[in-house]
Design a protein around this ligand. Structure first.
Ligand SMILES: Nc1ncnc2c1ncn2[C@@H]1O[C@H](COP(=O)(O)OP(=O)(O)OP(=O)(O)O)[C@@H](O)[C@H]1O
Ligand SMILES: [Mg+2]
Length: 274
């Protein structure tokens, strides 16, 4: 069997351990993503979705369990050591880029973070052309504003550039945590399209958290449902494509176990379920 690109093994994450406000955010969390797999993640508030992203990126270290990327045990690696392998886009468009730096400098930083070594040796003109090309596909006219500081841009413009930056960093794993949440519907649709294009081009393993059931069903090839710090349903494409938003809500409350091939919590398992 081939190696998963990303594996979480029996992860437990406890915040504020030993204090009165101790919270177990993740428990018995197992997850394996194949290279190039695009997985959407849904779950109610506090289910542990963002905590999962924190564990993968290295922003949080698990209380228990192992994190592997490309077979390497990266559990003890701090986030900056994983940065060339793992890219993240957050819900807040202000996070993920430097407001005082120009668009050009932000994109250059993203490029240098990437693994495409040849870019390091390319001339400034080549790099600038590449940036202009990437920006012009957004159709926002930002290719003519390379010297503007990021902080001057609107939320949608900034999030679009953050997506481009994630693409330029050519990560193995891309983590999207409700990255459309702060955008108006038209801009969200455009950034969603950009997301799908970039993921298809890069072929990177992608985990996209969303509260939008339509997005969760329409994008990616697999959908995970999280509840109380673990994955309670793992829905393959063959099932996902026939599901409706209401079915996902059923799964979230544990009522729709006949809709998935694999319900991971034993007490929810029905006879005949695989
Ligand atoms: N930094 C933190 N310190 C303490 N507790 C935290 C911290 N971050 C998250 N938690 C707690 O951990 C649990 C899981 O939170 P998490 O942010 O992972 O949920 P989520 O699924 O992303 O929710 P949402 O849909 O609201 O974004 C919650 O009970 C939350 O209150
Ligand atoms: Mg969250």
């Amino acid at each position: 069997m081939h190696e998963p690109m990303l594996a979480l093994e029996n992860i437990r994450l406890v915040y504020n351990r030993g204090r009165a406000d101790e919270v177990t955010a993740l428990d018995h969390l197992d997850l394996a993503l194949d290279p190039g797999e695009f997985v959407t993640v849904v779950g109610s508030n506090g289910a542990g979705k963002s905590s999962t992203v924190q564990i993968i990126s290295g922003a949080q270290r698990p209380t228990k369990g192992r994190v592997r990327v490309k077979g390497r045990d990266v559990t003890a690696w701090p986030d900056y050591r994983r940065a060339s392998m793992v890219a993240r886009v957050f819900d807040d468009p202000r996070v993920g880029s430097a407001p005082d730096l120009s668009i050009e400098d932000n994109l250059a930083l993203a490029m240098s973070r990437g693994r495409r070594r040849t870019l390091r040796f390319s001339t400034n003109a080549t790099r600038r052309n590449r940036m202009r090309d990437e920006l012009s596909r957004l159709g926002l006219g930002l290719e003519d504003r390379l010297h503007d500081p990021m902080g001057l841009l609107s939320a949608g413009q900034r999030q679009s550039i953050t997506m481009i930056m994630a693409g330029l960093a050519t990560p193995d794993v891309l983590l999207l945590d409700e990255h459309l949440a702060a955008l108006d519907p038209a801009t969200a649709a455009r950034v969603l399209e950009l997301t799908a294009d970039l993921v298809a081009e890069m072929g990177c393993t992608t985990l996209m958290i969303t509260h939008n059931m339509e997005h969760a069903l329409r994008l990616g090839s697999r959908m995970l449902v999280m509840s109380r710090g673990r994955v309670i349903a793992d829905v393959p494409q063959a099932r996902k494509q026939h599901m409706e938003a209401a079915h996902v809500v059923d799964l979230m409350v544990g009522a729709g176990d006949e809709l998935t091939d694999r319900i991971l919590i034993p007490e929810l398992q029905t006879e005949g379920a695989m």
